[in-house]
Design a protein around this ligand. Structure first.
Ligand code: F6R
Length: 240
């Protein structure tokens, strides 16, 4: 793993945006695996700025998101489809038909997982962007999830429901299930770029980097990836 510790969230966002923009410029068919949540908001802001300054175009870029809540669709502002539109897609020149997110409103969510796994096999990701759960999850692969799993339905832990309740009116509104890329899908990316910011990520960051590779800390699998880049701000790195 390449580990870089930077001063703060802004620096982390700038460094990560540069890696993603370089991948877009250099790959023949760039495919970006994207994440939602608080962590990548700054990265997306930087990418929008680069696009507006004419430094990068997303015309030939394909994206595949990590996850979506079961039961939420585009009409719901808390869905990850809405998140991606309002934080990135609506402000760049990407073709919406090249942006993939699991369908949280599919009638048959099991078949949707199988469809998404197949899709990911056809669009190998150039870079997979990840945030880090305070419990060590990546995507919604919660502690204990087998590393060999592909896209599946995850039951969110109480810890994750509580972490994510800040985006909802109340904790009762947070969906308890999500469709998530599995670890087996995530590590198929050429480069995996994980970002973590803030003291509440410090324990998970420590376990990911210094702990043993274990399904109890899903992010620890990145120790075995040939090209994993970890960018932490000082607060997230303070236990290292
Ligand atoms: C988001 C995702 C999650 C988040 C993680 C950190 O698509 O899959 O793994 O990256 O929960 O969330 P934030 O960035 O909100 O702290």
């Amino acid at each position: 793993m390449k580990i870089k510790v930077v001063e703060n969230y802004e620096e982390m966002s700038k460094e990560a945006a540069k890696i993603l923009a370089d991948a877009v410029k250099n790959a023949v068919n760039p495919v970006l695996g994207l994440a939602t949540g608080s962590t990548p908001v700054g990265v997306y802001r930087e990418l929008i700025g680069m696009y507006r300054d004419g430094e990068v175009s997303f015309k030939n870029v394909t994206t595949a998101n990590l996850d979506e809540y079961v039961g939420l669709g585009a009409e719901n502002p808390q869905s990850y489809v809405s998140f991606m539109k309002s934080n990135l897609f609506d402000y760049i020149d990407i073709d919406p038909s090249n942006t993939y997110i699991p369908d949280g409103k599919a009638n048959d969510v099991q078949s949707e997982c199988e469809r998404y796994t197949k899709l990911l096999g056809n669009i190998p990701r150039t870079v997979q962007l990840l945030g880090l759960g305070s419990n060590g999850h990546i995507g919604f692969n919660e502690p204990g999830t087998p590393f060999a799993r592909h896209t599946h339905i995850a039951e969110l832990t109480q810890n994750t429901v509580s972490d994510n309740s800040r985006f909802f009116g109340s904790i009762d509104e947070v969906p308890r299930r999500a469709i998530t890329m599995g670890i087996a899908d995530i590590i198929n990316a050429e480069t995996v770029l994980l970002l973590a910011s803030g003291k509440n990520k410090a324990r998970a960051a420590y376990d990911m980097i210094k702990g043993e590779v274990s399904e109890e800390c899903p992010a620890s699998i990145l120790q075995r990836h040939k090209n994993a880049v970890i960018i932490l701000d000082k607060e997230a790195a303070w236990l290292l």
